[in-house]
Design a protein around this ligand. Structure first.
Ligand code: ZN
Ligand code: ZN
Length: 152
C-alpha cells in the first residue's frame, strides 16, 4: 500500500509543480526554440543558395560545353577561318547615288574601300566590323539572314 502511494506520489508532485516550473522551462525553451528556428532558417537559406549556385553552375558548364540549354539560347559563332573565306571586294558607289552605310559602325562606305560581302544575302560591311560580329553571331547584322558555318 505504502509502496503504491510512493509510486503514485511522484507523479502527483510533478503534476502539482508543473505550473511553477513551466514558466521557467517556457522562458528557457523559448530561447532554445528561437535558436533552433534561426538555425533552421539559416540552413534553409543555405540550401537555397547552394541549389541556386548549382543551377547556375550547371547552366554555365552547359554553355561552356555547348549543351542543350545553351544551344537554344546562345547564337552560334563562326570560325575565323570560315569568316576569312567570305569574299572581300572593293566597294563601288551605287549608280543611283545612294549613300551606302556599314550598318555596324554606321559610317558610309567609300568608293574603292574594301568591304566583306556576306554570301547568304549579299550585304556589305567593313571587314573588321563584320568579322567581329561574326565571331559572336552567325547571322547578317542587317537582315538577320542566317549564315551556315560551312558556307565558303
Ligand atoms: Zn563598319
Ligand atoms: Zn543581310
Amino acid at each position: 500500500m505504502a509502496a503504491a502511494q510512493e509510486e503514485a506520489e511522484p507523479f502527483h508532485w510533478r503534476y502539482d509543480h508543473i505550473d511553477d516550473k513551466n514558466f521557467d522551462v517556457r522562458g528557457h525553451s523559448l530561447n532554445i526554440l528561437l535558436t533552433v528556428f534561426c538555425i533552421l532558417i539559416f540552413f534553409t537559406l543555405l540550401c537555397l543558395c547552394f541549389r541556386c549556385c548549382r543551377f547556375r553552375g550547371a547552366r554555365s558548364t552547359d554553355a561552356a560545353t555547348g549543351g542543350p540549354t545553351s544551344r537554344a539560347l546562345r547564337p552560334v559563332a563562326l570560325d575565323a577561318e570560315v569568316i576569312s573565306n567570305f569574299p572581300i571586294r572593293l566597294h563601288r558607289a551605287s549608280p543611283t547615288g545612294d549613300d551606302v552605310q556599314c550598318s555596324i559602325c554606321l559610317s558610309s562606305l567609300v568608293e574603292g574601300e574594301k568591304v566583306r560581302v556576306l554570301p547568304s544575302c549579299g550585304h556589305c560591311f567593313h571587314p573588321e566590323c563584320v568579322d567581329a560580329w561574326l565571331r559572336t553571331q552567325s547571322s547578317c547584322p542587317l537582315c538577320r539572314a542566317s549564315i551556315p558555318s560551312g558556307d565558303p
